[in-house]
Structure formats: structure tokens, C-alpha cells
Design a protein around this ligand. Structure first.
Ligand SMILES: [Zn+2]
Length: 329
């Protein structure tokens, strides 16, 4: 049996008002534009890697964010095969006796939606989630970014293998797989594709306010003196704006009339590809107060240790991984 480590890049509608989205958005939320994979045998040797570019059929305009991250453009993809043809090439490359491995469950969900939509008849092999095994072995709670796993296992980024290229990401994932203590235990973590859907409510409360950069937003009055939702007056931060995850910050602030407030900031991208943020200000309770104080202490400790020296706060590429529009989320 061979292990196929799979990674995809996909395009998204440029606008949820676009003709393409209105036509197919219910059953095709993202369109695959690159299949990348690495093939390993049971001795954990990498036998081959592959990159299959796919020319999108519906979302033909590559979203500016996707273009920036992947380097894939309409000009590059226009000569590529369409999805059914690309999948046929991929299946031939995979061979008969194989399983898929992915980092998290997003890729297999997007792949399954494309397979269903384009009526690709050959069923997908069973898929297992390496991220779940990794979290279990390393005793991490929640999800670990691939980059973090690479750092922890001392896997160096290679000069000619940039991230956000499906083949390179698959190759790095394969390196993580090989370095795990008992790689075959990944077969204990089968992952099922989840149904993707566009949710109006989610999209309305998503990123709304355009910002020039994360750094500038963090020192702007909107965040250093957030307005109280009750009286509208400027409040005073009583903690730092503490990074909680890529593009996410929390803080506590005090309104002189309404007491302690829980500040949540999320950075991301507006539909036109510009950076934006969503700010939420709510009355703090015992849990949120304790949470922010704990996070602040952890942050100060890690910062002293130098953990944040190489962190690029403007890099929001990981924000989306944990923000997939699943129907059951
Ligand atoms: Zn107030």
C-alpha cells in the first residue's frame, strides 16, 4: 500500500453577488486549481511528487488573495486540464492500492465537493488526518499549523519550495509524516469530508472594516481606545492586545460607566482582497476576564523568550484554514 499525501489549492468566488456564485454557489463553493501530492511507500520513502494545475470552469477570475498566496493566475491556468481530466491524471499517478493523507480535514472536504459537483465517478480512497495524529502524539490541544509542526520536528523550509504551493505543502506534510514516531498510526484517524456551504450570517459578521495593515490597525484609536457598546464613549485598555492565533487578538478594556469589556479582534480579507478586521466589544464576565489575563501572561512569557521575533503579524494566510464555512459548524 502507498501513502498519498495530498494538498490542494482552490479558488473562491470574487464576490458572493457574482453571476458564477449565484449559478453554482450552492453546490460549488470553492473550485480546485491545483492538486499537489507526495507518494510514500510503507518504508516511509518518498517515491515521487506531483503537481497538477487545474483550469477553473466557473470561478475563472482568480481571487486576488488566492493569486497572491499561490502565485497562480488565469494566465498560468488557462492551458491546464479541467477538474475531471486533472482528477483522471491524478488517479493514474496514485495507482490502485493507496490511501490519502491530509493535514486537517479542509482539503478532503473541498475535494469531495468538487468530485460531486463535476460528477467524477471514481470514488476517492479512504482519507486519514495526519494533523489529528500529530496533535495526539505531541499532546497539543486543538489544531497545529503545518509550519509549527515542521519547526517542532526541525524540518527546514527549503529555498526552492515555497509554502502555498500544493506540491510543496504536500512534500512538507510528507516530511512531517516520516518524522513521526509511529507513522502508520495515522490509520487510526480516518477523516470524512464535511459539507461546505455559504452561510449568509457568517459572511455578514465576518471582516468588515478595511485596514491599511495589521500593525497600523493595532495602534489605531479604534483598537487602543475601543468604544463602549453601551454608551459609545472611548474606553481604556487594561491589557495589551494579546495575539491569540494568527490574525486574532483579545484584550480587556474599561468603560468608566459600564465596567470591564472583552475586546475581540479578527483580521482577514475583504471580498476584494484588501485587509480588513472585525471588532467585537462585549461586557466581560468572569471567564473572559480570566482567559485574557492568562493569555496575556503566556504571551509576555513567550515574547521574552523570543518566540515572537520571527512572527510576521501581517501574515494572515493561516487565518482561513480554521475558518472554513462548514454546514455543521
Ligand atoms: Zn460605557
Amino acid at each position: 500500500m502507498q501513502y498519498i499525501v495530498l494538498d490542494l489549492e482552490w479558488n473562491q468566488p470574487v464576490s458572493y453577488q457574482s453571476a458564477a456564485f449565484r449559478k453554482v454557489g450552492d453546490s460549488l463553493l470553492f473550485e480546485v486549481i491545483q492538486i499537489g501530492a507526495a507518494k510514500l511507500n510503507e518504508r516511509m520513502e518518498i517515491l515521487d511528487t506531483v503537481s497538477i494545475p487545474i483550469c477553473p470552469t466557473y470561478y475563472v477570475t482568480i481571487h486576488p488573495r488566492v493569486k497572491r498566496m499561490t502565485g497562480l493566475s488565469q494566465e498560468i491556468l488557462c492551458d491546464a486540464p479541467d477538474f475531471p481530466e486533472g482528477m483522471a491524471q491524478f488517479a493514474d499517478w496514485c495507482g490502485e492500492d493507496c490511501v490519502f493523507l491530509t493535514w486537517g480535514g479542509d482539503d478532503v472536504s473541498v475535494l469531495q465537493q468538487n468530485v460531486d459537483f463535476f460528477r467524477v465517478e471514481r470514488p476517492l480512497p479512504k482519507t486519514y488526518d495526519l494533523q489529528q495524529l500529530y496533535s495526539k502524539v505531541m499532546k497539543h490541544s486543538g489544531q497545529t499549523a503545518l509550519k509549527t509542526a515542521m519547526e517542532e520536528l526541525q524540518i527546514e523550509e527549503e529555498e526552492d519550495r515555497a509554502f502555498h504551493n500544493a506540491m510543496h505543502d504536500a512534500y512538507y506534510t510528507a516530511q512531517v509524516f516520516r518524522k513521526m514516531p509511529e507513522p502508520p498510526r495515522v490509520l487510526e484517524h480516518e477523516v470524512q469530508p464535511r459539507k461546505l456551504c455559504h452561510n449568509e450570517r457568517r459572511s455578514r459578521f465576518r471582516i468588515t472594516d478595511a485596514v491599511p495593515s495589521v500593525a497600523q490597525a493595532l495602534v489605531s484609536e479604534q483598537l487602543t481606545a475601543p468604544r463602549c457598546p453601551t454608551c459609545g464613549q472611548a474606553t481604556r485598555l487594561v491589557t495589551e492586545l494579546v495575539p491569540q492565533a494568527a490574525g486574532k487578538y483579545v484584550a480587556l478594556s474599561r468603560c468608566q460607566h459600564h465596567g470591564l469589556l472583552f475586546i475581540k479582534v479578527r483580521f482577514g480579507f475583504l471580498p476584494d482582497g484588501q485587509k480588513g478586521m472585525h471588532l467585537s466589544v462585549l461586557p466581560a464576565n468572569k471567564q473572559t476576564r480570566a482567559y485574557v489575563h492568562t493569555k496575556e501572561l503566556q504571551y509576555q512569557f513567550k515574547r521574552k523568550r523570543g518566540d515572537y521575533e520571527s512572527v510576521d503579524i501581517e501574515d494572515l494566510s493561516d487565518v482561513f484554514g480554521s475558518n472554513m464555512p462548514f454546514e455543521d459548524a
